[in-house]
Ligand binder design. Structure first.
Ligand SMILES: [Zn+2]
Length: 267
């Protein structure tokens, strides 16, 4: 049993194949996944896609730093639209939202403002948050510390133990992906080792970051099994047990009242 907490099934590289990807994911032992909306139109597409999967695919909605940059002055209107969309139900989280200092598309203060507006929205709607953070851990930890009532996951956690400890202290989950299987992923593996089992999540970030031996190819949710096995190996735990625990974590984090068919009964 395993749950992919972060994929982009509406991405142009996956969308046409979504049905096949979902059935391959089921065959690989997945019990569900969350497809992440990176902007309002994408979130609508995620909602539509999820609707046809009997609860297997769940979805989130947020405005990530890239969509926010494209929106420019239209961000405020899009955010109002996002609020209405989320209030309509069917979403299990707000995200992905965050800070990206790698691409640094907008001034950092502007990125922070957009993040905080959406954190407030998550708090208002009592939804968990999916955080995107790249080369911005100090500022992210500060922002999250200032929003103690927000909860959620640091997606694609690819930093080391020091950063992991800060987020864990703040009560956040950490989601690991294919990077943990890369040769260069030693510090990420160390971080995965010190993360308490009840705060650990796995993801693919499909179509990106395919784990070894698929590295460099198009990633899909079924590959999350490979990352789970790697984490289990690093932590010295049976993969079956870690799969069950991380699935329960995903269930706990993303559980919401309006979705009753979230399935954890599969052994
Ligand atoms: Zn993503």
């Amino acid at each position: 049993m395993v749950f992919d907490t972060h994929c982009h099934l509406t991405h142009p590289k996956l969308r046409a194949d979504a049905e096949a990807l979902v059935s391959r994911a089921r065959e690989a032992g997945l019990v569900g996944c969350v497809t992440i909306g990176t902007g309002v139109p994408d979130a609508r597409a995620c909602l539509e896609l999820a609707a046809g999967t009997a609860g297997f695919v769940r979805c989130s909605a947020g405005i990530d730093p890239f969509s926010a940059h494209d929106l420019g002055a239209g961000f405020d209107d899009a955010c109002a639209e996002l609020r209405e969309l989320l209030r309509g139900g069917g979403f299990c989280a707000v995200g992905e939202i965050g800070l990206d200092y790698h691409y640094d598309l907008d001034p950092r203060s502007v990125q922070a403002e957009r993040l905080e507006v959406q954190l407030a929205l998550a708090q208002e709607l009592d939804l968990p948050v999916v955080i995107h953070v790249r080369e911005a851990h100090d500022d992210m930890a500060r922002v999250l510390a200032a929003h103690p009532r927000c909860r959620g996951v640091i997606h694609s956690f690819t930093a080391g133990c020091a950063e992991a400890e800060r987020y864990l202290e703040l009560g956040w989950y950490l989601a690991f992906n294919g990077v943990a299987t890369f040769n260069s992923g030693e510090s990420v593996r160390r971080a995965a080792k010190i993360t308490p089992a009840d705060r650990l999540l796995v993801e693919t970030d499909s179509p990106y970051l395919a784990p070894v031996p698929h590295r460099g190819k198009r990633c899909e949710p079924a590959y999350v099994v490979r990352t789970l096995e790697q984490l289990a190996d690093v932590r010295g735990e049976p993969a079956g047990l870690l799969g069950r625990i991380t699935t329960e974590n995903a269930h706990r984090l993303f559980a919401s009242d309006d979705v009753s068919d979230f399935d954890t009964t599969v052994a």
